[in-house]
Design a protein around this ligand. Structure first.
Ligand SMILES: NC(=O)c1ccc[n+]([C@@H]2O[C@H](COP(=O)([O-])OP(=O)(O)OC[C@H]3O[C@@H](n4cnc5c(N)ncnc54)[C@H](OP(=O)(O)O)[C@@H]3O)[C@@H](O)[C@H]2O)c1
Length: 331
């Protein structure tokens, strides 16, 4: 476990020279993304933050952006409206960022929610949480990779379930369309495995960029109830039992934000960023080198080696081919 003191000490070293100068937050309008934006602004460093979110959150964000400017007058926050559950919208947002920036230092991806309830699709025919937690995230990465390649210590952080992958996924129904296949457990398994396998491939192809698939632990953001009808039995269960439990065992908002800022900036993962004097992190190939890091809520690397090697051997090819097929029209 990386202690909270070590995390705070590392984050205290973030300054104009070490901060991600251009950071794109997709999901920074609530929860862990928002907490990490706040932690980044609180460093006082000169940063430009693209805050990508849907129209319905825009008004709420005015107050947040004012708060960020009050914390750090050197932080420039650019509200970027987009319905990122839609891949066409994701592409439009990426084009807008690409037209303004020549580099991106940090891409921080948190959009999504616990896939409780029934399967619901976007207008593009994808299950909503799969689009938010996988397809749209990978599309952001693919579009912004050339800009990430221009940064000195570029990082991509996808917050979902790194290290919690299972090998038993249905390779013939990656989008869980077959009757009875969609459910919270299956969806979590699929989206976690798809994140890790694709991010590992992208990490191998782009050794100049550090990739992290983070498992945040429990953070009391309301995420578990987002997909639920509050009047359903499950809605009541989550409200009465699960959320109070999460509240009891979760990290404080402050610590979660600081831990994710640490992951986004520290050289423990891949050697680039704020100096790290401790043991170097181990990537998904179990090496203290570049690549993809599966990082848990304690900021430890959890390579989940047996499962990942099975996924690499048996699933990666199919996942990658299928992903390319889905994303091709939006590249
Ligand atoms: N919190 C936890 O304990 C926990 C544990 C394990 C994994 N995770 C996963 O980690 C990620 C981040 O979690 P979090 O707790 O920070 O989530 P969160 O607070 O619920 O925030 C998620 C983000 O997703 C956006 N979003 C939700 N539904 C959307 C939709 N239909 N279209 C567009 N954007 C949408 C939200 O936008 P708005 O602000 O506009 O609503 C928000 O920016 C999620 O994928 C979550 O499933 C969380």
């Amino acid at each position: 476990m990386v202690s909270y003191k070590e995390i705070q000490a590392s984050n205290a070293l973030i300054n104009d020279a070490t901060a991600p100068r251009v950071a794109v937050f997709v999901g920074g309008t609530s929860g862990i993304g928002k907490l990490t934006v706040r932690a980044l602004a609180a460093t006082g460093a000169s940063v430009r933050i693209y805050l990508v979110g849907r129209k319905s959150s825009e008004e709420r964000m005015h107050a947040f952006i004012q708060e960020l400017h009050a914390i750090n007058p050197k932080a420039e926050v650019i509200w970027t409206e987009g319905e990122v559950a839609l891949l066409a919208e994701t592409k439009r947002v990426c084009e807008a960022i690409k037209s303004k920036e020549s580099r991106v230092d940090l891409l921080f991806l948190t959009a999504g929610y616990a896939p409780f309830g029934i399967r619901r699709e976007t207008a593009e025919g994808l299950e909503i949480t799969q689009s938010l937690e996988y397809y749209s995230r990978m599309l952001f990465v693919l579009h912004l990779l050339p800009l990430l390649g221009k940064a000195e210590a570029p990082k991509v952080v996808s917050v979902l379930a790194g290290g919690m992958e299972w090998a038993t996924i249905d390779l013939d129904d990656l989008d869980l369309k077959k009757p009875g296949n969609f459910g919270v457990v299956n969806a979590r398994k699929h989206y976690a495995a798809m994140n890790t396998t694709t991010l590992e491939k992208l990490a191998n192809d782009n050794p100049n960029v550090t990739f992290i698939h983070s498992c945040p632990g429990w953070v009391n953001t309301g995420n578990v109830r987002r997909g639920l009808d509050p009047n359903s039995i499950m809605g009541w269960f989550v409200w009465l039992i699960l959320e109070p439990l999460i509240g009891l065992f979760s990290f404080s908002d402050e610590e979660s934000g600081q831990r994710h800022l640490f992951q986004s900036t520290n050289a423990a993962f891949g050697g680039r960023g704020v100096l790290w004097k401790g043991k170097p992190g181990i990537n998904s190939l179990e090496k203290p080198a570049d690549g993809l890091f599966l990082v848990n809520y304690k900021c430890d690397c959890t390579p989940n080696a047996k499962v990942i090697s099975l996924l690499r051997e048996k699933a990666l090819g199919k996942i990658w081919d299928h992903t390319q097929e889905v994303l091709r029209p939006y590249l």
